[in-house]
Design a protein around this ligand. Structure first.
Ligand SMILES: Nc1ncnc2c1ncn2[C@@H]1O[C@H](COP(=O)(O)OP(=O)(O)OP(=O)(O)O)[C@@H](O)[C@H]1O
Ligand SMILES: [Mg+2]
Length: 431
């Protein structure tokens, strides 16, 4: 399925090449950064935005045919990202209206509306105009509208946005209950919500599907590895001899020993540490060592003053961030925009945004005939755009590595204001 939103200028694909199947009795969760194409996908599947390429079948009906779409409309329920409610109508009137649009028998409409409102805890406000509702109340009414009339496929676009934690948990129960007998598509920016409710998760970024699977599978495939939390009983604090008495920082010798133990056996440093706990991220490659390692750590718990060890897979949030960063790297590299890399040596070079390994022009010497290269570290700023966070030590360019000029670079541009333009090195060629 694809959706191209611009026809007068260069085509912009909000969603491109999306292949998914949605199963009955399951909740399919679409995750992705802002602008990834989640709402557009839902709009295409519900007939709001026409598809410009491909097709989607809902219970055998095509979203591209008007007959198909009118059949589809009868069997779907939608909670849009932004509430579409009438300020002058009460919750009861909203539900009665949608129940009759869905074709429910007139005799049942009143009781169905009452039941729906009770389910989302809006009974007390049933006869109050929606215009005076709080944000969370409006969302609950939208969820009730989406579920009325027993739809076979329900789309919930960020249904719990703006809800307090208690209401959110209650709505999670409603969604979990609603899975029976139907397929649900949910989008959310809450990783906790995705983890709790989803049977399958897809992550989109920049209009494309990046990965799909169960939460556990995504964590093990796209997460960095395992997270180990080690808690200490709090005994054995001593004062560091190097620290003056007015800036007392107690040092727990056990913590230092455990840090050494992790470093020596697994070559990992703590990601977070305090006076009572240590958190380590252990890469997947270390998996073969883990059984023995944690066996020994457990045996020596008393000796190290450990009160508790927890080992788990990395979080869904980490998977999300990794995928979003990867998508940003790919699209920046494809754009070929040049940015300035200020080297720790004081020199500056221009490099394509997103490039990982770059060769530094003019560093060829007799000792290093192919010159010097660095690995560039990228981070994302508050808007999700890539920015340089640092670079590795300078190392000689290996013999068999190919040095390429960035594509679409004119001769004149190869020596710009930010210094000479670096060579791109394919990461697959770097040993
Ligand atoms: N009507 C439109 N005309 C042109 N571009 C649009 C239109 N609607 C959405 N877009 C673009 O399509 C892309 C996908 O938008 P979409 O609303 O589907 O993102 P999203 O994943 O739902 O994001 P969010 O998490 O912020 O809700 C964005 O780049 C957006 O600017
Ligand atoms: Mg959206």
């Amino acid at each position: 399925m694809g959706c191209c939103k611009c026809k007068t200028t260069k085509p912009f694909h909000s969603v491109k090449g999306l292949w998914v199947n949605l199963e009955k009795d399951q909740l399919f969760c679409l995750l992705g950064p802002n602008g990834a194409g989640k709402t557009t996908t839902i709009s295409c599947l519900t007939g709001i935005t026409p598809i410009t390429g491909g097709d989607a079948l809902i219970y055998g009906h095509s979203v591209r045919s008007s007959v198909g779409m009118s059949n589809i409309r009868r069997m779907i329920g939608v909670c849009p990202q932004f509430d579409i409610l009438w300020d002058a109508l009460t919750a009861n009137e909203h539900l009665e209206l949608f129940a009759s649009i869905k074709g429910l028998p007139p005799a049942t409409i009143k009781s169905v509306a009452e039941e729906s409102l009770a389910r989302v805890k809006l009974s007390q406000a049933a006869n109050v105009r929606a215009g005076s509702y709080s944000g969370g109340m409006k969302r609950r009414l939208s969820v009730a509208i989406a579920l009325i009339g027993d739809p076979k496929l329900v789309f919930l676009d960020e249904p719990t946005t703006g809800m307090d934690p208690i209401t959110r948990r209650h709505v999670w129960d409603i969604i979990e209950e609603a899975k029976k007998g139907r397929a649900i598509v949910l989008t959310t920016h809450s990783m906790e919500e995705a983890d709790i409710l989803s049977d399958r998760i897809a992550i989109m970024a920049k209009g494309k599907l990046r990965c799909i699977g169960t939460s556990i599978r995504l964590k093990s495939k796209f997460g960095t590895g395992y997270i180990a939390n080690v808690n200490f009983s709090g005994n054995g604090h001593t004062q560091s001899p190097n620290i003056s008495s007015n800036t007392e920082v107690p040092v727990n010798p056990n913590i230092e020993t455990v840090k050494w133990f992790f470093k020596e056996r697994l070559d990992v440093d703590p990601k977070e540490e305090s006076r009572t706990f240590l958190t380590f991220v252990i890469p997947h490659q270390k998996e073969p060592l883990l059984t023995r390692f944690f066996g020994e750590l457990q045996d020596r718990e008393g000796e190290f003053g450990i009160s508790d060890i927890q080992l788990g897979l990395t979080t869904l949030e980490e998977v999300f961030l990794n995928i979003a960063k990867q998508a940003e790297l790919e699209s920046s590299t494809a754009e070929g925009t040049l940015v300035t890399l200020n080297m720790s040596s004081g020199a500056s070079i221009q490099i394509p945004k997103g490039a990982r390994f770059v060769g530094i022009p003019g560093t060829e010497t007799e000792e290093h005939p192919r010159g010097i290269m660095v690995e560039v570290y990228w981070d994302q700023d508050d808007n999700g755009s890539l920015c340089i966070s640092g670079h590795s030590d300078e190392i000689p360019v290996p013999v068999n590595v190919e040095l390429r000029r960035p594509p679409s670079l004119s001769r004149r541009a190869s020596m710009g204001r930010g210094g000479p333009v670096g060579y791109i090195i394919d990461p697959n060629q770097v040993p």
